[in-house]
Design a protein around this ligand. Structure first.
Ligand SMILES: Cc1cc2nc3c(=O)[nH]c(=O)nc-3n(C[C@H](O)[C@H](O)[C@H](O)COP(=O)(O)OP(=O)(O)OC[C@H]3O[C@@H](n4cnc5c(N)ncnc54)[C@H](O)[C@@H]3O)c2cc1C
Length: 390
């Protein structure tokens, strides 16, 4: 039976084979990943069995091109799967999405040799990480200090460190941004480099103790005289900023899909609860004031989801200039996730504040979506400045 919520998704129009994949992911998320989410949140342990189950379904192969061991499905179905997994468990959702965020630039900018070496491991279930943020370079990533110095024997010596790196301690390949020592221009020096796990000099300084996403590891990394083959440079030295911006445009819709998964879960939980709970002899859902809240949330959710699928179609259609659309989606999708999670807690009354109900976790998980992949203040700035005439 088609529900109202299914109908809101009508803009997602997938070919039959992709719709089948999405259905398999939905079943996995519902039957295996969602039931484990509360325990992983409580323990903070890495959700290894979720990742194993996703690999058993070949989920990494989905976004890796066929030539490198994958099946190369569309960006739209990838977004739909991120939303589905994140709805079940936001931690697992961001681990999988980070894989894409770290490795998509290798697909888009890597040499044939780099792609042949790295992508088959990812298709088989390996993990990637994206390493941009540093202690003094957050919103302004161009202030990064990690230094790449070319050395004699076709190597690059990496010195510096990163903070807040998702998957940083579990990734097989880390895409690290730093500054090329031979280029003086601070922005023009930014360069991207693939670092393999177990490279001598790569250290894990600490794992963060976070409000939400407690099962998704976030770590600080150090690079001490770390020697990496020069063949691991992505593009040319100095092309890092171009790679960074293009990569963020594709990871921002992905973090929006993740946020909208949390939003869906919170909305559905709130609707279930207020249909069952009675006060003053009526179900909570029958109070008009509550219906007004639901109407606003459902409408905003439908608008955001329609925009998510629109951006997905743009990317699948080969668009290259979609930064403003991606920023709008990330900003509004994550603000909405936080708003719906907050309202869902409110609609559960005192029970919503207790860990027995999922909405308590959803509210903690929602908050970071407004902060990472460019804070929402930064996205407001990126969007707004498009309208300043030259
Ligand atoms: C759980 C988690 C996972 C993360 N994963 C990754 C990852 O995998 N890879 C990675 O590289 N990074 C990652 N990050 C880092 C994240 O992207 C940054 O935290 C974020 O970009 C903000 O940087 P900052 O924390 O240094 O805040 P700051 O830049 O110091 O900002 C502090 C506040 O000032 C505001 N502000 C800053 N500049 C402006 C401005 N120009 N105008 C208006 N307001 C402004 C910000 O919006 C914010 O509210 C992660 C962070 C967390 C917490």
């Amino acid at each position: 039976m088609t529900t109202v919520l299914d109908r809101l998704d009508a803009e997602l129009d997938l070919p039959e084979d992709e719709a089948m994949v999405l259905e398999q992911v939905r079943v996995l998320a519902r039957d295996k990943i969602a039931p484990r989410a509360a325990d992983y949140d409580a323990s903070g342990e890495y959700p290894a069995d979720n990742i194993a189950d996703m690999n058993a379904l070949g989920m990494n192969a989905m976004f890796v091109p066929e030539a490198y061991g994958g099946i190369g499905l569309s960006y739209s179905v990838y977004l739909a799967c991120v939303r589905e997994i994140s709805k079940a468990c936001a931690s697992t959702g961001i681990i999988w999405a980070t894989n894409f965020h770290g490795m998509k630039p290798v697909m888009d900018f890597g040499t044939e040799q780099q792609k042949r070496r790295i992508l088959p491991t990812i298709a088989e279930g390996g993990l990637g990480a994206l390493c941009i943020t540093e202690p003094t370079a957050g919103s302004d990533a161009t202030g990064m200090k990690t230094r790449f110095t070319p050395a004699d024997n076709a190597e690059v010596v990496v010195q510096g460190g990163k903070i807040f790196i998702s998957n940083g301690n579990v990734a097989d390949h880390l895409l690290v941004f730093g500054k090329w020592s031979e280029i003086d221009d601070p922005k023009g020096a930014i360069t991207a480099l693939v670092v393999d796990k177990d490279t001598p000099g790569l250290g894990i300084l600490r794992k963060e103790d976070k409000m939400g996403h407690r099962a998704a590891p976030t770590v600080a990394l150090s690079f001490e005289e770390m020697r990496v083959p020069r063949a691991n440079v992505l593009g040319e030295p100095g092309e890092g900023l171009k790679i960074l911006l293009a990569s963020l445009n594709k990871s921002r819709p992905s973090v929006a899909a993740h946020a909208l998964g949390i939003a869906r879960a919170a909305f559905e939980d709130a609707v279930d609860y207020i249909n069952g709970r009675e006060q003053s002899g009526r179900r909570i859902v029958e109070f008009q004031g509550i219906q007004f809240t639901l109407a606003d949330l459902a409408t905003d959710l439908a608008m955001c989801e329609a925009w998510l699928w629109r951006v997905g179609r743009m990317v699948d259609g080969g668009a290259t200039d979609f930064g403003i659309e991606a920023s709008m989606l990330k900003m509004r999708g994550s603000d909405l996730a936080m708003r719906i999670a907050d309202e869902a807690v409110q609609l559960h009354g005192g029970y919503g504040y207790c860990r027995d109900y999922r909405v308590e976790r959803l509210m903690r998980d929602a908050k970071i979506t407004q902060i990472w992949e460019g804070t929402n203040q930064i996205h407001r700035q990126l969007i707004g400045r498009h309208f300043a005439r030259k």
